[in-house]
Design a binder for this molecule. Structure first.
Ligand SMILES: Cc1cc2nc3c(=O)[nH]c(=O)nc-3n(C[C@H](O)[C@H](O)[C@H](O)COP(=O)(O)O)c2cc1C
Length: 404
């Protein structure tokens, strides 16, 4: 069984190279984010970076001595060659922020300080997060240097655009620490789903009654978002079809926003052919208004009932196009969980179904945890009781991977 995100990354070693850009003030938050995943962070600073953030801060947060010197007066334990030892032990070399100067050094193999020696010596994947004034970033020298690195297989996290510390507007801002941690996590994860394409539906649907009112349900998209994140971390290509939700999906997912069950059906039909796995985690409306009224229903209209009709059944409609795709359904039930899920599995021709209890605390809509069971034609694969949705997402993916 694949592990939780914490289990997978605990003990991994990341060298965080901090160079002399103004955004070095964000490096302590990157250290904290990586440490919260159980990662062992070794900070290496260039001379210039010490004008922007202190080694003491980074040392305290990483819980490790900070490395700054290529020729330290007291060599670290057992007289090992420090830059080679650090380079060899790393699972990832992360340079955040990366100055124009350091990017140029990396591109041309210059090794005149501890961090540039490590960059040249390591066999670990490298993630570079450029951050600088927009003109420095757009300068042909920097563009060419980044191209060289990219061609060599270095991962580049493009800077964000906006107001820069130097007063200019444009590209060059270091992405937020959470984004840098997410990209690092993605590189560190085992890619057991590489080459697999997942299509995931998430969230509720909204069925409009008039321009003011609509029918919806309590789904928040949390379970689907956890699946999207976990699948991307494990190397899958992920496309999301989401109803209206108040959340962002993992930055690497391709997201299509829809509103109604009808729109969700169209989007699933249009995108199914490229997918190996379809996960229907959305809570699609079962009933929709018979008619949409283009003008607001007024209070004085004395409306006493609302005509409803069944919504389009997405799974039944796309079933003829299933071929050898793996279909996973979700069921949310207040009672008879197992029987209802088994029926849905059979009736809809699913390969697997995740049934979760709703209507009590600690499970279902909006909750951080879920309780229920996972079923296939062979029977119950798993019972889960108040399991974190992030952990459950990995479990579901483990079962899918075993069956592909
Ligand atoms: C106040 C100040 C802010 C700077 N900010 C940046 C920056 O954000 N990005 C950058 O590439 N260079 C920046 N520089 C220039 C670098 O500090 C300079 O190129 C230095 O040599 C980089 O050294 P390093 O790459 O070894 O860390 C800044 C310089 C100063 C004085």
């Amino acid at each position: 069984m694949g592990g939780t995100p914490g289990e997978d990354l605990a003990g991994k070693q990341v060298i965080l190279g901090v160079t002399g850009g103004i955004a070095a003030y964000k490096a302590p938050l990157v250290v904290r984010g990586l440490k919260s995943l159980g990662i062992d962070v070794r900070v290496v600073m260039t001379d210039a970076s010490r004008y922007f953030v202190t080694p003491t801060t980074l040392q305290t947060l990483s819980g490790r001595p900070v490395h700054t010197e290529l020729f330290p007066e007291t060599p670290p334990g057992a007289f090992e060659v420090e830059h080679i030892a650090l380079a060899d032990r790393a699972d990832l070399l992360l340079i955040a922020p990366a100055t124009a100067d350091f990017i140029a050094k990396m591109a041309h193999g210059i090794a005149d300080d501890l961090l540039s020696c490590i960059a040249l010596a390591t066999k670990a994947p490298v993630l570079v997060c450029p951050s600088m004034n927009v003109n420095m970033y757009l300068h042909p020298a920097t563009r060419e240097n980044l191209d060289i690195l990219q061609k060599r297989g270095v991962f580049i996290l493009e800077p964000a655009s906006g107001e820069l510390a130097c007063g200019w507007e444009g590209a060059g801002r270091l992405p937020e620490p959470e984004r840098i941690v997410a990209e690092s996590k993605k590189i560190l994860y085992q890619k057991d789903l590489a080459g697999i394409s997942l299509l995931v539906t998430c969230g509720p649907t909204c069925e409009d009654i008039d321009p003011v009112r609509f029918i919806t349900n309590r789904s928040t998209g949390k379970m689907g978002a956890a699946l999207v994140e976990a699948a991307g971390l494990r190397g899958a290509r992920v496309k999301v079809i989401s109803g209206p939700v108040n959340r962002e999906y993992a930055p690497w997912a391709d997201v299509i926003m829809v509103r109604s069950a009808g729109q969700m059906l169209d989007a699933v039909r249009d995108n199914l052919s490229g997918a190996d796995v379809l996960v229907m985690a959305a809570a699609v409306a079962d009933y929709v208004p018979e008619t949409y009224r283009g003008a607001k229903i007024k209070k004085g209209d004395k409306l006493t009932s609302l005509g409803l009709k069944s919504s389009p059944d997405i799974l039944s409609t796309i079933r003829p196009f299933k071929d050898d795709k793996f279909f996973v359904g979700f069921a949310a039930e207040t009672d008879n969980l197992s029987d209802s899920a088994r029926k849905k599995l059979m009736n809809k021709g699913l390969d697997m179904i995740v049934a979760n209890r709703v209507g009590e605390s600690g499970t279902g809509f909006g909750s951080d945890t879920n309780s229920g069971l996972i079923l296939s034609e062979a029977g119950v694969l798993d019972h889960f009781e108040q399991v974190e949705k992030e952990v459950l997402a990995h479990r579901i993916l483990d079962f899918i991977r075993e069956r592909l």
